[in-house]
Ligand binder design. Structure first.
Ligand code: NAP
Length: 344
């Protein structure tokens, strides 16, 4: 028996799977998951004969770890964010309903204001910079209060800390899930050995994500973190995907590959840089912006894919940093030593 279609109201949020026929970008029919507010649906429907427009408007969703929860492959980050709640609400309307903040960004209140009245349409991710059992619990209480919510969707440990046993920290994180204050647990800036240790001490729940630096011009995680996360269904949340500003990406692109691909696809350079990131399986990203124009542009970097040749042009033609294992180990050693000396 088929279920009757739900009747949606103007301010409802929807997620739908549509079949997309071949177009200039995709040579085969494929399905696309789109999400947005019903109030935006009219413009989508009006353009239904123009599939590239639909692709431009569609936001692809990816499963977070193996939780069954889906998040947009392009969300919004808020490090040093100062544009107020309005733009974050707009991000949600445009399908970028994953908002990433942190206790240390001092803007959880702004995120709280942005999600007032639309809480059920937003996936709220925040982070703690505490590691001791009681402090993690207190830190989460503070985030909940500032965000004005009962439960954090994704609670991430901002950095590893060699000075506190990881079992103590993760036990506190698990307690928060038991108490219903957190839905899913993630980490950030964790190497593979750190991730394995954290997973090994967890008794009930999984680490579903690792938020790490990843962009066209910083591919350090491709050595080990990315393949490990992909194999183990840990979603990579790529932070700093525009290298803190498009100009920093362009300075690595001496052959103007981004310009060539922008010409060929009708997308912008920023869209191509972000699309490269989220084309990697298991990767979502959270660019930060203060402008509506850039926000729409960033949301439009999802819902379509570059061809294999175009991806190869970016892979080979754009210069990038990739820390060697030795450098990564040395940096970890230096950080751990500082933390043990009481300077986290
Ligand atoms: N876990 C961690 O340790 C960690 C560390 C760093 C960052 N993060 C997270 O990752 C998020 C993103 O990183 P980020 O904020 O450092 O840097 P980013 O997103 O790589 O870059 C932000 C910069 O790019 C510009 N920009 C955004 N969209 C653009 C577009 N379409 N065209 C041209 N320029 C554009 C912004 O300027 P406009 O404002 O003018 O658009 C801003 O100056 C953070 O906000 C935070 O949530 C996490």
């Amino acid at each position: 028996m088929t279920r009757p279609a739900p009747i949606l109201k103007e301010d409802d949020f929807f997620v739908a799977n549509i079949k997309v026929p071949p177009c200039s970008v995709h040579t085969r029919q494929h399905s696309l998951t789109i999400a947005g507010m019903v109030s935006d649906l009219s413009s989508l429907v009006c353009r239904r004969t123009n599939f590239p427009s639909i692709l431009q408007m569609g936001m692809e969703l990816k499963e977070l770890g193996t939780t069954g929860a889906k998040v947009p492959e392009v969300g919004i980050g808020t490090y040093r964010y100062e544009a107020g709640p309005g733009l974050l609400r707009k991000a949600v309307e445009l399908g970028a309903f994953l908002i990433d903040t942190a206790e240390s960004y001092n803007n959880e209140e702004v995120v709280g204001q942005a999600i007032q009245g639309i809480r059920n349409r937003v996936f709220v991710a925040t982070k703690t910079r505490h590691w001791k059992y009681a402090e993690v619990l207190r830190s989460a209480e503070g985030s909940l209060r500032r965000l004005g919510i009962d439960s954090i969707d994704l609670y991430q440990l901002h950095w590893p800390n060699a000075a506190v046993p990881i079992a103590e920290t993760m036990a506190a994180m698990e307690t928060l899930v038991d108490q219903g204050k957190v839905r899913f647990l993630g980490v950030s800036n964790f190497s593979v050995p750190e991730l394995k240790k954290a997973q090994a001490v967890m008794r009930k729940y999984q680490i579903v994500s690792n938020q790490v630096r990843y962009s066209l011009v910083d591919r350090s995680i491709q050595l080990d973190v990315l393949p490990y996360c992909q194999r183990n269904h840990v979603t990579v949340i790529a932070h700093t995907p525009l290298a803190e500003g498009l100009r920093n990406i362009l300075s690595f692109d001496s052959q103007d590959v981004l310009g060539q691909l922008a010409g060929a696809t009708g997308k912008t350079k920023a869209q191509i840089a972000l699309n490269w990131c989220v084309s990697q399986p298991g990767v979502v990203t959270i660019p930060k912006t203060h402008s509506l124009e850039h926000l729409s542009e960033n949301c439009g970097s999802s819902g379509w894919r570059l061809t294999e040749e175009q991806m190869a042009m970016l892979d080979k033609g754009v210069h990038f940093r990739r820390r060697s294992r030795f450098e990564a180990r040395f940096r970890r050693f230096a950080r751990n030593t500082l933390q043990r000396l009481g300077r986290p």
